[in-house]
Design a protein around this ligand. Structure first.
Ligand code: DC
Length: 227
């Protein structure tokens, strides 16, 4: 590999972060979950009452971001083996994974000033390479020159089933239909937004894991990387 960057994009809940983490461990690279960064901004907006089901207080959020009121970091937790998200030093890993945050995050991700701010940070994180990054615009905007570009996807039914099981295991009270509808809505917003919508980079390899296990997905990704 030349710049030691593996970029992974794809639909919500298709196992991007699971794959990215395995690849990072395999190659000894750092893993950055950019969805967590959009979720952190959403959590911040919710906590500060800058967003509700009707509207977003765009000028206030923009002002706070421009004045560095949001510092997003990742911290490795040796007990769980996970890299956890910090917002202004506070661990918000559990909060940003809730369905409440998921309901609002796509709207926050449509805001150009949020994207500009986060893309800049992501590019800085990758300046020395040795990185696996996943998201929606990593292969197209953040690292268009990445050594490896993978577009991961799976059918909506399979993705909804995986996400539903995860949420139920965490004790959330939610129906399968609600999970599937939220995913379908996020797919729609992510792929149709004006600012850098989710698209397949012309030189990305599409990997559909609807019928693959976690191990099977990892093996296929390694084959793609070797190629
Ligand atoms: O991967 P995820 O489900 O945690 O992402 C949360 C939201 O953030 C999702 O609606 C897409 C958006 N996102 C984005 O627009 N660009 C990225 N690089 C990563 C996530």
């Amino acid at each position: 590999m030349k710049n030691n960057i593996i970029a992974i994009d794809g639909h919500s809940s298709c196992g991007k972060s699971t794959l990215a983490k395995r690849l990072a461990a395999h190659f000894g690279f750092r893993y950055i979950d950019t969805g967590a960064m959009y979720r952190a901004v959403t959590h911040f907006a919710l906590e500060n009452k800058l967003i509700d089901s009707e509207k977003i207080d765009i000028s206030k959020l923009k002002n706070l971001i421009e004045n560095n009121a949001l510092v997003i970091d990742f911290q490795y937790n040796s007990e769980t083996g996970r890299s956890e998200t910090l917002l202004n030093g506070e661990n918000i890993e559990n909060e940003i994974r809730s369905s409440h945050t998921s309901d609002f995050v796509s709207r926050i991700a449509t805001l150009d000033f949020v994207r500009t701010y986060l893309v800049k940070q992501q590019q800085l994180m990758g300046k020395d390479g040795k990185l696996v990054m996943d998201g929606r615009d990593i292969t197209t905007v953040v690292f268009p020159n990445a050594d490896v570009k993978i577009f991961l996807t799976a059918s909506i039914e399979v993705r909804a089933e995986r996400r539903y099981k995860e949420l139920i295991a965490k004790g959330e009270v939610i129906s399968f239909d609600e999970v599937r509808d939220n995913l379908a809505l996020r797919d729609h917003i992510d792929s149709t937004r004006d600012v850098t919508p989710l698209t397949i980079a012309p030189d990305a390899v599409v990997l559909d894991n609807s019928n693959l296990t976690v191990d099977g997905t990892f093996k296929k990704a390694l084959e793609i990387i070797k190629r």
